[in-house]
Design a protein around this ligand. Structure first.
Ligand code: SF4
Length: 69
């Protein structure tokens, strides 16, 4: 279900700093000074869910994932 709330996880050990997640939604994702992903939130709901899924899809390293609660 695209409208249900989901949990977002990001693995800094896997992240290669490509920045696609930040470009997809800077309200959910940020990068630290090494370029490694930082989650601004661990949950997405409503209109943010499709963007969270898009970020997971676009991430080239597989560092992001979505957990359906
Ligand atoms: S898109 Fe993936 S590899 Fe790039 S900064 Fe985000 S989590 Fe890291």
């Amino acid at each position: 279900m695209s409208g249900a709330a989901v949990r977002i996880t990001g693995d800094p050990e896997v992240c290669t700093g490509a920045g696609q997640c930040v470009l997809t939604d800077p309200a959910m994702f940020a990068q630290d000074d090494r370029g490694v992903v930082e989650l601004r939130t661990h949950r997405a709901e409503g209109a943010r869910v499709p963007r969270a899924r898009e970020a997971v899809f676009l991430c080239p390293s597989g560092a992001l994932s979505i957990v359906e609660d």
